[in-house]
Design a binder for this molecule. Sequence first.
Ligand code: OAD
Length: 254
Amino acid sequence: MSLFSDALVDALAQASTVAVLTGAGASAESGIATFRDPDGLWEQFSPQELANVEAFLDNPTLVQGWYRYRQEAIEEAEPNAGHRALARLEALVPEFACITQNVDNLHQDAGTERVIELHGNIIRSYCIECGASHQLDAEVADADEPVRCDECGGLIRPDVVWFGERLPRDAIEAAQDWARAADVFLAVGTSAVVFPAADLPVIALDHGAYVADVNPDTSAVSGKAHEHVQAPAGEALPRLVEAVAERMQARSAS
Ligand code: OAD
């Protein structure tokens, strides 16, 4: 039996605008732990301890060290077949945006051009006092003292959205515009429980998009979507995008 319906292939092959929302599951097959699955990062470390601004100000060395550790894992990771399939889909359809909750840069590494980062990017860091860009370098992990800005002495933090912080306004507004405009909206590898990202598939549904959830398990979107493609992204997306390319080719030949 096919993993996905003919209706989804048709909708993608005919779409003017496609928007995709990705979550940690999109990077799972690149070896990056998700947040809420049993072996997820949040099971090993307390988010209250590490991913909020108060914790950072209380113990910047610990938080910088943890982020450097996560950066290293991410630097070693490669895009998987799912990331590459989305880059191929972007090249096939007229208008495309990949809205991601991930901070790992793997969509860009796979060649996707329009990536909207809702939760920032772990590769970047900046000074909390003067805003200057900085790198958290390899020594951080063993340091006793926190890394500070060369210019003003302020603490350096990763450019990611922490609990209790607002999403970058430009990014969430652009994402909502894409959700409203989309003919097809794919949710890929997200539990869809963290707002405001979790609203995006609902906005797309309300505006008439065909919505599919690509997730081996059930997410908060699965029941609302037109279709649940119940398989890992690295398996489902290459097959789906190949079927779309074939459908487009057949259409242009006829
Ligand atoms: P979660 O860890 O909450 O959810 C990951 C989802 O991926 C689950 O629904 C899994 O079933 C699914 N999954 C696992 N392997 C998969 C695979 N190979 N292919 C497809 N799906 C797979 O991660 P997010 O939904 O991204 O926010 O979490 C959202 C936000 O919560 C994160 O961005 C982070 C966290 O708090 C911030 O850090 C601001």
